[in-house]
Design a protein around this ligand. Structure first.
Ligand code: SGN
Ligand code: CA
Length: 514
């Protein structure tokens, strides 16, 4: 009997050894262009690039609804927004309903979620969680622990939650495989970097996108009414609203009381020893506006640079965090048996069309970075151009861990792509549905379908269609919906869109679309 128990224990230990761990890292609003594995023009991210060198880079990974809470609900459920119920940023995610954490727990995995959650509920199904309330704060972040207490952890948010993740890895049950969801707050607005990286980035200059000074003339309603413009919408100085002190004498920039309160709330959380230096750097920008009387395109030119300096300085901290985590895996001999996934909740405008933020089905925001390293399974330095979507993330994590994917998940496992078993998925079109309107950035709700070459978008509340030829117009500048040459393509894409709506069981708005 004793022998049998020993045998079972040993067999169990061997089995657990073999079952891979998954470290899923998701940053917030981290666009592909701000990762040097995708684009070397703006920043060097050697640690994220290391994952690409040792693993696989997806060049065509997309979301189904390019906004934060919906992307997070999709990660947990493998479902599009209309199925998991989180269509916008203010709907509560019902975490008591089966999600990947419950499934992995039943499969004997140890699970944790650390960092941004943003689903208006507490996580359920995880063995461990520690989350930032709402959007989280950059300095001395408030953190909700499993006891339901809100505590404050001293330091810069990216460093703080990296410490939390490493602490959990240290104290986890080492006899069980793990899945850790590690969710950064950065580089989300308000783009407040750590002083170390602001010092490095505030003097750099970045190339301007060709469409930075575009106006909305000739475009449809959605372009005309969006409020995503860097010039008219984004605030100055780390998007911190403005420092009343040095901008008071410029009438059109006079901050209102709300701006001052927000500015002070952020500045007051910074370490006392660093605050003056932050203020000095921001004040230089203020003086430039005042002395050069910057306005319109000239002001946009500067605001774009300041935006990029702050945003990329936030990304630099993320890359440092990834380096620390990868070192931890190396030092603890976990690298070989851990699949590491790096992604973001969606893409982000870095000045294209003069914009920041996301939401649109246009590629800049619909796309998301996706890099996976899994030694022994993924050929180093591989690149795939196959179309994938965030509904596939949950099935992929389950499949990597050897856990059955439930039929209610709408995505497919990417494991056969990762291991090189297949080159392309049989799915030829991706589905997109954006809902949130009016709260931030006034992007009109829309449906879209994206294939290899064409994208069809339907802004259904205003009954306007758009068609883009992604091969000949990758920046999606020319809506060719009225082109007589395209009518056959349009008919075909509308049929495919209706088919996808049936397949995914999405019937809002009701009826056949044509
Ligand atoms: C805040 C931001 C918006 C952003 C939303 C959603 N405004 O409201 O720019 O789109 O969050 O972001 S801010 O003035 O408060 O910074 S998301 O990542 O949660 O989807
Ligand atoms: Ca986001």
């Amino acid at each position: 009997m004793r022998l049998l128990v020993v045998f079972i224990l040993l067999a169990n230990a061997a089995f657990c050894q073999l079952r891979p761990n998954v470290l899923y890292i998701m940053s917030d609003d981290h666009d592909n262009d701000a990762i040097s594995a995708y684009n070397k023009q703006f920043i060097s991210t050697p640690n994220i690039d290391r994952l690409a060198k040792e693993g696989m880079k997806f060049t065509k990974a997309f979301t189904g609804n390019s906004i934060c809470s919906p992307a997070r609900a999709t990660l947990l459920t493998g479902q599009h927004s209309h199925k998991n119920g989180v269509k916008n940023n203010f709907t509560r995610f019902d975490s008591s309903k089966t999600n990947i954490a419950h499934i992995l727990e039943n499969a004997g995995y140890q699970t944790a979620v650390i960092g941004k959650w943003h689903l208006h509920s507490y996580p359920a199904g995880f063995d461990y969680w520690k989350i930032l309330p709402g959007q989280g704060l950059y300095f001395d972040p408030r953190i909700i622990n499993m006891a339901g207490d809100t505590i404050t952890e001293k330091g810069y948010v990216t460093d703080v939650i990296t410490d939390d993740a490493i602490n959990w890895l240290n104290q986890r049950d080492k006899n069980k495989p793990f899945v850790l969801l590690f969710h950064h707050k950065a580089p989300h607005r308000n783009f407040v970097p750590s002083l170390k990286y602001l010092e490095q980035y505030h003097t750099k200059a970045f190339p301007e996108p060709a469409t930075l000074y575009n106006d909305t003339a000739g475009h449809g309603s959605a372009w005309r009414i969006q409020t995503m413009g860097i010039l008219p919408v984004m605030k100055l100085c780390g998007d911190l609203k403005v420092d009343p002190g040095y901008l008071m004498d410029i009438p059109e920039l006079k901050p209102d009381a709300v701006d001052i309160a927000t500015y002070n709330a952020i500045m007051n959380r910074m370490p006392d020893s660093e605050r003056e230096r932050f203020k000095e750097i921001y004040a230089e920008r203020g003086r430039l506006i005042r002395d050069k009387k910057l306005a319109r395109n000239e002001l946009l030119k500067y605001k774009y640079q300041w935006y990029m300096q702050d945003y990329l300085a936030c990304v630099a901290s993320i890359d440092e965090s990834i380096g620390r985590i990868l070192n931890y895996l190396d030092e603890n001999k976990l690298s070989n048996n851990t699949a590491v996934i790096y992604t973001s909740d969606q893409g982000f405008y870095l000045g294209e069309n003069g914009w920041f933020d996301k939401r649109f089905a246009y590629d800049v925001s619909m796309q998301t970075p996706l890099i996976v390293r899994w030694p022994g399974y993924i050929k180093p330095n591989s690149v795939t151009n196959t179309l994938v979507q965030n509904i596939d993330f949950a099935p992929t994590i389950l499949d990597i861990t050897g856990t059955k994917v439930p039929p209610w998940m709408q995505g497919v496992s990417l494991k056969p792509i990762l291991t090189g078993k297949i080159k392309d998925l049989s799915r030829k079109y991706l589905y997109y549905h954006y809902y949130e309107f009016g709260k931030d950035h006034t992007v009109i709700p829309h449906l879209a379908i994206r294939g290899e070459q064409y994208k069809l978008i339907y802004f259904y509340t205003v009954n306007e269609w758009e068609l883009y030829d992604l091969k000949n117009d990758p920046a999606e500048q020319n809506n060719i919906i009225r082109s007589p040459k395209q009518q056959a393509i349009i008919k075909q894409l509308k049929t495919e869109l209706n088919k996808l709506r049936d397949q995914y069981d999405d019937h809002e708005p009701a009826g056949e679309l044509n």
